[in-house]
Design a protein. Structure first.
Length: 144
């Protein structure tokens, strides 16, 4: 499974927006410049992220974008779902019967798998993404 480019860019955009938390507001053009993403892409993402309540747009002379709630209360799952819709590895869970349903032993298991995947992404907050990345575990670090 791989996230779409748009979902990836949404995480990058939200992570950059979180840098401005408490320091006023930021424009979509500034986010595009800071991330290196195309302005039209960031504008499209801002629209979706604002619609999902993850960003808030403030009008006026000192207007711009700000996080819709604290970075610690926004998860990777929230961001991905704002762009992609519900997190699911298979379409059969949400789209009703399929041609193989009669002999499918997996259908009852997919909701459990999908919930586990969503739970993993929901366990990572935007605040955590702003912290330095933990050092990866390498083979030499494992006990013998």
């Amino acid at each position: 499974m791989r996230l779409s480019n748009l979902a990836d860019y949404a995480v990058i955009t939200m992570s950059q927006a979180a840098l401005h938390c408490g320091n006023g507001r930021v424009s979509a053009a500034e986010l595009a410049s800071e991330t290196g993403l195309p302005v039209p892409t960031v504008q499209k993402l801002v629209s979706r992220l604002t619609g999902a309540g993850l960003l808030r747009s403030v009008r006026g002379a000192h207007g711009g974008l700000q996080l819709g709630r604290p970075a610690a209360a926004i998860t990777v799952a929230d961001i991905v779902e704002a762009v992609e819709g519900p997190i699911a590895l298979t379409a059969c869970v949400d789209h009703g019967p399929c041609d193989f349903e009669a002999g499918c032993s997996m259908k009852p298991h997919w909701p459990i798998i999908n919930d586990a995947l969503r739970g993993a992404l929901a366990g990572i907050s935007l605040a955590q993404l702003r912290a330095p990345a933990p050092r990866p575990i390498v083979h030499e670090d494992l006990p013998a």
